[in-house]
Design a binder for this molecule. Structure first.
Ligand code: UDP
Length: 235
C-alpha cells in the first residue's frame, strides 16, 4: 500500500488510550495502537502525534478549581499519556521522542519546532505533550497549531466514533454519516468535530482534518493510504 501523505499529525484523544474502561491507560489498547502506528510509520510517512488527556483529567471538569489551574492539571495529564505512548511505541522497535510545551527537562525534550522537524526527517515519531502550554486551549487546538508549524498535510483525528454524524448515533439509530464537511459548516452547525478555536486555525491555514474511528486500529494505515473512511473536513 502506498501512502497518500508525507507528513501528518495524528490526534489521539486521551480516551482512545483508555479502552473500554473509559479512564486511565489500558495496556492492551495502547499496545495495539502503537503497533498500528508503527505499521503506518513503516509506510514511510512522517508521523507526529498530539495526545490528549481526557482519560485522566479535563480542565473543564474541575468544578471548584480555578480554570487555569485545572487546565494545567489537564496538560500534565497529556504528559502521562505521552510517556506511556512513547514507552509502548519503543517496545515495537520504533524511535520516538516526546517534546513538551511546558519545560520538564528531566522527563522530555522541550518543544523546539526545528528539532521536531529534524526528528521527523530522520524517521522518528514525535509526540507533542502539554498541549500548547497555555490554559484555555485544547489538544485539538494543539494539533492544528503544530500541524501549521511543522507543515503537516493533514490532521488525522482518531475518535471513538467512526465518523461525524448529523446527530448522535448512540442516541439516534437513524443518524446519518457525513462524508465531507467544510470548516464553516462545522462552525455553523456546532458539530463536535473539534472545538471552534481548533477548526478556525485549520480553516485559516487550510489544514484538512480527517475524522476516523479507532475502533479498528487498522484504520490508521487505511486513512494514510487515502481510503475513504470517516469524515473529511476541508474548504
Ligand atoms: N489543555 C490546556 N491547554 C492546551 C491543551 C490542553 O489547558 O493547550 C488542558 C485542558 O484542560 C484540557 C486538558 O488539558 O481539557 C486535556 O486535553 P483535551 O481535553 O484536549 O484532551 P482529549 O479530550 O483530547 O483527551
Amino acid at each position: 500500500m502506498l501512502p497518500k501523505y508525507k507528513r501528518v499529525i495524528i490526534k489521539l484523544s486521551g480516551e482512545a488510550l483508555a479502552g473500554d474502561k473509559g479512564f486511565g491507560i489500558d495496556p492492551g489498547t495502547i499496545k495495539e495502537i502503537s503497533h498500528k502506528i508503527k505499521d503506518a510509520s513503516e509506510l514511510g510517512v512522517e508521523i507526529a502525534i498530539v495526545v490528549g488527556g481526557g482519560n485522566i483529567w479535563r480542565g473543564r471538569d474541575g468544578e471548584g478549581i480555578d480554570r487555569a489551574t485545572a487546565d494545567y492539571m489537564g496538560m500534565l495529564a497529556t504528559v502521562i499519556n505521552a510517556l506511556a505512548l512513547q514507552d509502548a511505541l519503543e517496545h515495537t522497535g520504533v524511535d520516538v521522542r516526546v517534546q513538551t510545551a511546558i519545560d520538564m527537562k528531566e522527563i522530555a525534550e522541550p518543544y523546539i519546532r526545528r528539532k521536531a522537524m529534524r526528528h521527523l526527517e530522520k524517521g522518528r515519531i514525535v509526540i507533542f505533550a502539554s498541549g500548547t502550554g497555555n490554559p484555555y486551549f485544547s489538544t485539538d487546538t494543539t494539533a492544528a497549531l503544530r500541524a501549521a508549524e511543522i507543515d503537516a498535510e493533514v490532521i488525522l483525528s482518531a475518535k471513538k466514533v467512526d465518523a461525524v454524524y448529523d446527530s448522535d448515533p448512540k442516541l439516534n439509530p437513524n443518524a446519518k454519516k457525513i462524508d465531507k464537511l467544510t470548516y464553516i459548516e462545522v462552525l455553523n452547525k456546532g458539530l463536535k468535530v473539534m472545538d471552534s478555536t481548533a477548526i478556525s486555525l485549520c480553516m485559516d491555514n487550510n489544514i484538512p482534518v480527517l475524522v476516523f474511528g479507532l475502533d479498528n486500529p487498522e484504520n490508521i494505515v487505511k486513512v494514510l493510504c487515502g481510503e475513504n473512511i470517516g469524515t473529511i473536513v476541508k474548504e
